[in-house]
Design a protein around this ligand. Sequence first.
Ligand SMILES: Cc1ncc(COP(=O)(O)O)c(C=O)c1O
Length: 403
Amino acid sequence: MSTTATSTSAFPVSKRAKMTKLSSTAAVVMAADKLRAQGVNVIDLGVGEPDFPTPEHIKDAAKRALDENFTKYTAATGIMPLRQAICDYMNSNFGSDYTPEHCCVVLGGKQGIFNAVLAMIDPGDEVLLENPCWVSFPEIVHFAEGKTAPVDTEVTDFHMTADLVGQAITPKSKLLIINSPSNPTGRLIDRAEFRKIVELAVEKGLWVISDECYLQFVYPPNEVNSAAMLPEELRSRVLIAGSLSKTYAMTGWRVGFTLGPVEWVNEITKIQSQSATHAASIAQKASVVALTSSQESVKEMLAEYIRRAEWFIPALNQIPGIKCSAPEGAFYAFPNMKELMKNCGFATSKELADELLWKYGVVTTAGSAFGAEGYLRMSYANSLEAITEAVERIKQMVADRTK
Ligand SMILES: Cc1ncc(COP(=O)(O)O)c(C=O)c1O
């Protein structure tokens, strides 16, 4: 077969690349863009990012960094003032005693988890993952040639418990990844259960990654809960994967952190030094200001997510066939659509999401993308007007399919 200079037909794709899927949430973004290009008024409940701009004082700090020519390489671990600011932030909020040697600045929470998994997982090692979970967890584990073992949480309405973790542990289990508040379910692990889970994991010789990227978006009366609150003997087996992306509406800036055992952080740093090198110098400077200045904007965003959830969840529950528990954090509704799917003739949540997208211009993500068939993930990081319109369109779809 002949190939041209730009043909990829003969491209020798590696085993690793073959195992890696394009993120299904990214695929939804591309589909929505296609519809928009056709002039469709698309309501996007697929987004996993705040709909607010980055606060002005953080943008100003980046502009200052540029003006001061802070535009060169930094240490692979990140600049010391940022590592210190991350430790101070976590220590003052959660009573821990992290120092900069426990901290490596990374390019967003995702890259932190990627580096952390690569630093620990050998082929065949087993990683326990909540099911459903964020789409990138299994992909990252597979990239490291590890095996995933699900901790199914549908039975507890998506609340991770020590009992469920205990049932899933096998002799090959090496790592447990937890994520509270959770994407996609919006559920939390409460403080006492969180500790029991980590105690059990440590007792069984496992290590733990606590993905805390939605840490500050917890809805009262639930309490913000971080692995940084655990006693030292437990924390010594836990790596916190933190991110500024959601907290400060900084998804495009690509700044996150890993915070935990020095040996683990050192390996993460090695991997980082040979790949991305470090997070952008300007973004690092802005992140120092994000963490050390007024947190008012975070409170405002949280209040707005709560206001939207208070409208959205009851509105969803009024649609025949939808059952939706109240989210406890983050900005995702994860309604049970099983009855609606039966009534409307959809065999899978993907079919339902496709119908909503292509016929009604509402972007959602099929629960199956996260490992839970019969559900949809709907982000309310969108205006109340848009959410209201989405609800009207879903009602219309149900009416059309059941008349
Ligand atoms: C659970 C979870 N962890 C980590 C991330 C990564 O965020 P970032 O890499 O932008 O910090 C996301 C983003 O959607 C997420 O939902």
